[in-house]
Design a protein around this ligand. Structure first.
Ligand code: PGA
Length: 254
């Protein structure tokens, strides 16, 4: 079975003390996850080593970066490369979050470069896609998401796509308290899987973990994660509250 994943996206929140406290609270409440389940903590760069240290020796728990540079090392003030993440043994990086696309103008081409650099470094991308409200209202969300995926990822080999992680996050549901219904999530996740199946075949498409993101909380996680093509979630706001996120971790499909 493909991996079931609860991924926390702390975004640009918490000071160091608050980050340490949150991580400690989660680890106090953490119940051992079954094989095939993972929890991933995408934290601000300055907290990566602290979080990684606290997670060491814990089964199925990993640190992740929220972004990486679109270039290799060099004279790029303020950037962090995929190679640097690899050098710190960080296994995952979020690429293409809608906030990066919107506020930092990252387009499908930039995201292709980031994906390639992450894969070359041996850091696994958590690649985000999702439509804004006006696209959903126009009913063209399937085509929109398909284009995001094909333009950034379809140059990759079947081997590279095997076991890949995608996060579908409808922008209108992020941080708004408005969740897509579990049926809306399932419908899009099935579409995403079929897009990969058409290019790479059913076996490769079946190996991809597709996470849902957008106002996931402990109270709605089991319903959303229970859908056949939803393999967990990428969680913002609720990942900042230990009891919430532990509830979400425990809601992954068995
Ligand atoms: P949210 O954010 O859970 O606060 O809606 C999700 C995300 O942006 O990854």
């Amino acid at each position: 079975m493909r991996k079931q994943i609860a991924a926390a996206n702390w975004k640009m929140n918490l000071d160091l003390k608050g980050a340490e406290k949150l991580m400690d609270e989660i680890l106090e409440q953490y119940q051992e996850m079954p094989d095939g389940h993972q929890a991933i903590f995408a934290v601000p760069f300055p907290y990566l080593l602290m979080v990684q240290d606290k997670l060491s020796g814990r089964k199925g728990l990993y640190a992740a970066a929220q972004n990486c540079a679109a270039t290799g090392n060099g004279a790029y003030t303020g950037e962090v490369s995929a190679d640097m993440l690899k050098g710190m043994n960080i296994p995952y990086v979020i690429i293409g979050h809608s906030e990066r696309r919107e506020y930092y103008h990252e387009d499908n081409q930039v995201l292709t470069r980031k994906t390639d650099l992450a894969l070359a470094a041996g850091v696994s991308p958590i690649f985000c896609c999702g439509e804004p409200l006006h696209i959903r209202e126009a009913g063209t969300q399937n085509r929109y998401v398909e284009q995001q995926l094909t333009e950034s990822l379809f140059h990759l080999s079947a081997d590279q796509i095997t076991g890949f992680i995608i996060a579908y996050e409808p922008i209108w549901a992020i941080g708004t308290g408005k969740t897509a219904s579990s049926d809306q999530a399932q419908e899009m996740h099935r579409h995403i899987r079929s897009v990969f199946a058409a290019k790479y075949g059913d076996a490769v498409a079946g190996s991809i973990s597709i996470l849902y993101g957008g106002s996931v909380k402990a109270a709605n996680a089991a319903d959303i994660f229970g859908k056949p093509d939803v393999d967990g979630g990428l969680v913002g706001g609720a990942s900042l509250v230990a009891t919430e996120f532990v509830g979400i971790m425990n809601s992954l499909k068995k």
